[in-house]
Design a protein around this ligand. Structure first.
Ligand code: ASP
Length: 329
């Protein structure tokens, strides 16, 4: 779609959804909201700043959002100091660094890998699943074999210093069923969503998951509709935080569907957070965060607890933005 028709469609879609909310959905008043008139890339947490800059190199040349998000999150996957994304990530409770990632484009094509060990760029393996296979998701040994067959680079995990920390943790945590704690230190993930100059959306999400999780655990990040969802008619959303809670409400899909009904990105994220809150009696350490952008270039975020921020890059801005939230830690 050319730029002009994209803006026209955006305006029409906005007007229709405001006048006719689907299923009688309440259209909430907008709270925090930002807007970009051109391409835009948003990503979770402080590591998003650098990732966005890599994505921007694609977007500023008129490149496609799908290439931008892949290039963007690869920066974070390559960062060996990052303890929540890629091969520098913390292991599960048995000492395995298992990686989850997914990607989705403007045609609703998607690919995903989960429980993947020792591959430097899970996001590119996810893209290869999308582009080269008839499947959407490959996990574990099968995903690894696929990656090796395609010549993806490998690395030994965990990194020695990460292994040492895990060994220390293990000494203190012998109870197999002890609930691992999720807090500021032991979770993150990069979720990135972008709109290119053609008005097309894509997204990518990649993580080493919840530190010291059970062996075999897969979170929301590689699950299309939970950690990430893109619908080119509406926009895109991604999530970070306690994956189990995000999966329970099909979080990112919920956010996109709420935007389809006319909710602003912030209010859609807020409604998803409220739904999570209403389904959990115990909210201790239950941080969940959503980030979204709609077809008109409006963007916003909302989290259960304070402390979530996201990186924003447009023609005129390159900065961190604090998310709105339901409560303080
Ligand atoms: N959502 C990720 C997971 O549950 C972790 C995170 O974003 O902090 O694996």
């Amino acid at each position: 779609m050319k730029r002009r028709s994209f803006f026209k469609l955006g305006a029409v879609a906005g007007a229709v959804s405001v006048l006719k909310p689907i299923n009688g959905a309440q259209i909430l008043g907008s709270s925090f909201e930002g807007k970009s008139e051109g391409p835009i890339v948003l990503s979770t947490w402080i590591h998003g700043l650098e990732a966005n800059r890599a994505a921007w190199k694609v977007l500023e040349k008129g490149g496609k959002a799908i290439d931008a998000v892949e290039q963007g999150v690869k920066v974070t996957e390559s960062d060996l100091t990052n303890r929540s994304v890629g091969i520098g990530g913390r292991p599960d409770r048995d000492g395995h660094v298992t990686l989850d990632a997914c990607i989705m484009d403007e045609q609703s094509r998607c690919g995903s890998v989960a429980f993947l060990e020792g591959i430097i760029h899970p996001i590119s393996v996810a893209r290869a699943v999308m582009e080269k296979t008839q499947h959407i998701m490959l996990v574990g040994e099968g995903a690894k074999q696929f990656a090796l067959d395609l010549g993806f680079k490998t690395a030994k995990t965990p990194l020695p210093e990460v292994k040492k920390e895990w060994q220390d943790w293990k000494k203190e945590n012998k109870d197999l069923f002890k609930k691992p704690e999720i807090n500021h230190e032991n979770h993150d993930t990069i979720g990135m969503i972008a709109m290119d100059s053609n008005g097309d959306f894509s997204g990518a999400c990649t993580t080493s998951g919840w530190a010291y999780k059970m062996h075999g655990r897969v979170g929301d990040s590689p699950i299309i509709g939970a950690g990430l969802f893109v619908d080119n008619e509406v926009g895109a959303a991604t999530a970070t935080g306690l994956g189990e809670a995000i999966v329970r409400i099909a979080g990112s899909h919920t956010v996109v569907e709420l935007m389809r009904q006319g909710y602003t990105p912030t209010d859609a994220c807020k409604e998803a957070v409220k739904r999570i809150i209403s389904k959990h009696k115990d909210l201790t350490n239950l941080q969940c965060c959503f980030l979204a952008i709609d077809k008109k270039g409006n963007y916003g975020a909302y989290s259960v607890y304070s402390g979530f921020n996201f990186a924003l890059k447009t023609n005129s801005e390159d900065k961190m933005v604090d998310s709105e939230f339901d409560r303080n830690w």
